[in-house]
Design a protein around this ligand. Structure first.
Ligand SMILES: [Fe+2]
Length: 260
């Protein structure tokens, strides 16, 4: 790494006077923050695996959640999207292992550790929201007007159609993210929110009931970049309402709905 810094200095033509400061900076910030040399790291990692790695939860791809034969959303689109979900599962597992390993070798207060910790919300929600999303896609399902969820939506939004329009508009919010119907389990309030990326604007303690991915990758196989509206129209025809109702009913009695 020192050679890299030296080479960078030579290429950039930086003054010789600047070099000691950069070296100091390198020593302070990077060298102390990197993992130990490979051989030592390998030994520590092997020891870590013996001592702790068995305690790590390994998340797995939930194949049973993969939807097929939807209305207006092709199987090719789902197949392509599914690969991204698999990537999030892998990233979560890698992240958990790296963090545990760094804690084990005393790097829990390092910059590298802090950076990885920041990724938690992105990677975890990338996995969690996709599982909720794929599970709530099923064609030809209906929400019974006599159901508690239907009545609650009508009560809080004035009509089912008003809720529908608000949810669609949430999904059309500029930016990549998610339109989500949530329930505030403290007050019972239902609200349609937009989450940027996977983790920004999530509301703590709210239960996601209906989750709609509006990242462009969710529709780019079937549509071009301007096709979000057509995709959302198709999405609304494939809502697994019995599952949404189940999530709602579990939330009402204080049970956190499981993703699978
Ligand atoms: Fe997605």
């Amino acid at each position: 790494m020192k050679k890299v810094v030296m080479l960078a200095l030579l290429i950039s033509g930086s003054s010789i006077q600047a070099q000691p400061n950069l070296e100091d900076f390198y020593q302070e910030v990077f060298e102390k923050d990197t993992l130990p040399p490979l051989a030592r790291e390998k030994n520590q990692f092997e020891q870590y695996q013996k001592d702790y790695s068995g305690t790590l939860i390994e998340y797995t791809v939930q194949k049973q959640l993969k939807p097929q034969n939807l209305i207006g959303i092709s199987n090719e689109q789902i197949d392509d999207h599914w690969k991204l979900y698999q990537g999030y599962v892998n990233q979560v597992n890698t992240l958990n292992e790296e963090l545990a390993k760094m804690r084990y070798i005393g790097k829990g207060n390092s910059i590298n550790y802090a950076d990885r910790r920041r990724r938690y919300g992105f990677e975890y929600n990338g996995m969690v929201l996709h599982e909720l999303y794929f599970a709530n896609l099923k064609p030809k399902q209906a929400l019974a007007p006599k159901s508690e969820l239907f009545k609650e939506i009508e009560k809080q939004f004035g009509s089912f159609n008003s809720w529908h329009n608000d949810f669609v508009n949430a999904g059309k919010t500029r930016g990549v993210g998610w339109g989500i119907l949530c329930r505030d389990d403290t007050t019972g309030t239902l609200i349609n929110i937009f989450v940027d990326d996977h983790q920004i604007n999530q509301i703590a303690g709210f239960t996601p009931l209906l989750v709609m991915d509006v990242w462009e990758h969710a529709y780019m196989v079937d549509h071009k970049s301007g096709g979000r509206g057509e995709y959302i129209t198709a999405f609304m025809k494939n809502i697994n309402w019995p599952l949404i109702e189940q999530r709602f009913n579990q939330a009402r009695i204080g049970t956190i709905p499981k993703r699978y």
